[in-house]
Design a protein around this ligand. Structure first.
Ligand SMILES: Nc1nc2c(c(=O)[nH]1)N[C@H]1C(S)=C(S)[C@@H](COP(=O)(O)O)O[C@H]1N2
Ligand SMILES: [Mo]
Length: 504
């Protein structure tokens, strides 16, 4: 009985500790204990919250943590005792608690599938220790015959239980340290003063938005996110530095203060991802504030035979960007703000690159901390090592966004609308056709700049039946999107987007 209870508690402690440690590598909010407590708050009915606040006042959070802890401890004791009597009931209780933890973690705002891991790994560790500590007799009848079922010796028992608790405590300590550093970064971002651009973006005119098409400016919360980071880096501006070295005349290490005291530019630039499929939504448009990359390169003096800027993020991602592109006059920048806010952590806080006209994987390094000036014949960046291209200008893209693919549409005039982009070349024309008939010119929203996408619409006199719409765009150099379907790898998809609609 006592052994069962102690075994259950030690196993539960290890579960939570390991969960905390794994969560530190993913997101502090994914830790099982915190996730269960937070989701309980979010899911509890209003009267329960009122009761908690009335009863515990401002100690309501402490009460919740203590309450959650007590419930888990009780379940752990029951699991330990059951496991000893009637294996595998204790294991089953751990699995059920684990399922609750996974559910709670996945219910957190911003959770992704990996948020289940801390609980799963923790529960697995807990069950192993529970089995070690509470080795039950082979059958229930054997338990009835003897009061002291087989199990580790007294010494081994306390060594394992003690070890589990020590490991749990150490794991919690490490996990908490990482979490508190993350909180520091959150506070740092929250109190950040953004620089005022000396060269503001031209105002965004009315009319760039078209009914039925994606909004011209993408909200930060809606902006697509692509990166290799399992755990989003959380640097403070005090920790951030950019070291510039390699084939330069003068090495330079830039601090946050060095960066933001410079003359900043503000520009609207559309980013897109090379992995975007025809008609896909891995593209977004934002107003960025930053410092021109060309000015920094000028300051350090790039050797004439250097043709690549190899940028590295704090988590080891690298991108190789042609020096020529960075210095040809386009608004390539080290960005510090996105749509009037400090960069969201997911989008590179505190500093990232924005390069109009190139896919993100060769240019848009987030959490950038190192620049090496080198050559394409000497260095390879992250995705190039994995079979993707070296040079990756954005290919012209267009997509149909409304009417939606789901429901049938009513016969008669139907507004077809969408978005097209060809960053740093600009969109000249968008055409639509029905059932492979003649191409029809769509109406374009005014062009904001050649670095931003352009919304379009076209009125279709829809006849009953099933019809296929297709779209293609032409950039300002006169090149029209090719019909040929090509996969995203190695340097971007091609092909015309189509949508089949039922008209009734
Ligand atoms: N540090 C880092 N930066 C990165 C990446 C990454 O994996 N790690 N992915 C790149 C890719 S592939 C794209 S498409 C853009 C996406 O930027 P976003 O997530 O802000 O939309 O970031 C780029 N910058
Ligand atoms: Mo990407």
């Amino acid at each position: 009985m006592i052994r069962g209870a102690i075994g259950g508690l030690a196993a539960a402690a290890l579960t939570l500790g390991v969960g905390e440690l794994v969560a530190a590598a993913i997101d502090p909010d994914s830790a099982p204990f915190l996730a269960v407590a937070s989701t309980t708050v979010d899911r509890s009915p209003a009267w329960a919250r009122e009761f908690a606040i009335d009863t515990f006042g401002t100690n309501d959070k402490t009460a919740l943590f203590v309450g959650t802890g007590v419930l888990i401890a009780l379940a752990a004791v029951v699991a330990g005792v059951f496991e000893r009597r009637r294996w595998p009931w204790g294991t089953a209780i751990f699995v059920v608690l684990g399922a609750v933890g996974v559910y709670a973690a996945l219910a957190r705002p911003g959770a992704s599938a990996v948020w289940a891991l801390p609980t799963i790994v923790g529960v697995a560790a807990g069950i192993i220790v529970l089995r070690l500590l509470v080795r039950a007799p082979r059958s229930a009848s054997a338990a009835a015959e003897t009061d002291t079922p087989a199990g580790p010796s007294r010494r081994a028992f306390f060594a394992i239980a003690g070890g589990a608790v020590v490991v749990a405590a150490a794991a919690v300590a490490v996990g908490r340290t990482v979490a508190s550093r993350a909180q520091e970064a959150v506070a740092n971002r929250g109190s950040l003063r953004l620089p005022t651009p000396t060269s503001p973006a031209p105002p965004i005119p009315d009319g760039v938005n078209v009914d039925g098409a994606t909004t011209f400016v993408t909200d930060n919360a809606e902006f697509y996110r692509i990166d290799t980071a399992l755990s989003v880096p959380r640097l403070t501006t005090d920790e951030w530095q950019l070291r510039i070295h390699g084939m330069v005349d003068r090495e330079l290490t830039l601090t946050w203060d060095d960066l933001v005291e410079r003359d900043m530019i503000e520009r609207v630039v559309t980013l897109s991802c090379v992995s975007n499929e025809v008609g896909g939504n891995l593209a977004g448009n934002a107003t960025w504030i930053g410092f021109p990359i060309a000015s920094l390169l000028d300051e350090v003096g790039v050797a004439p035979d250097s043709d690549m800027l190899l940028s590295t993020s704090s988590d080891g991602f690298t991108a190789g960007t042609p020096v020529e592109v960075l210095t040809d006059g386009r608004d390539a920048m080290l960005a510090v703000a996105m749509n009037g806010e400090p960069l969201p952590f997911e989008h590179g806080y505190p500093v990232r690159q924005v390069v109009p006209g190139l896919y993100g994987f060769v240019s848009a390094t987030k959490w950038v901390v190192d620049w090496e000036l080198t050559r394409f014949d000497r260095a390879q960046a992250y995705w190039t090592q994995r079979g993707w291209g070296e040079q990756a200008p954005i290919k012209t893209a267009s997509r149909i966004e409304s009417p939606s693919a789901s429901g049938p549409v009513a016969a008669g005039p139907v507004t077809v609308a969408g978005t097209a982009w060809a960053q740093h070349r600009g969109i000249e024309r968008v055409e639509v056709r029905v059932d492979e008939g003649p191409w029809q010119l769509a109406t374009l929203a005014p062009q904001y700049s050649i670095d931003t996408w352009r919304q379009w619409s076209w009125v279709w006199d829809a006849a009953p039946g099933t019809h296929m719409l297709q779209v293609r765009a032409t950039d300002l150099s006169g090149a029209t999107q090719p019909e040929e379907r090509v996969d995203p790898i190695p340097d971007g998809a091609t092909g015309w987007h189509s949508r089949t609609l039922r008209v009734q």
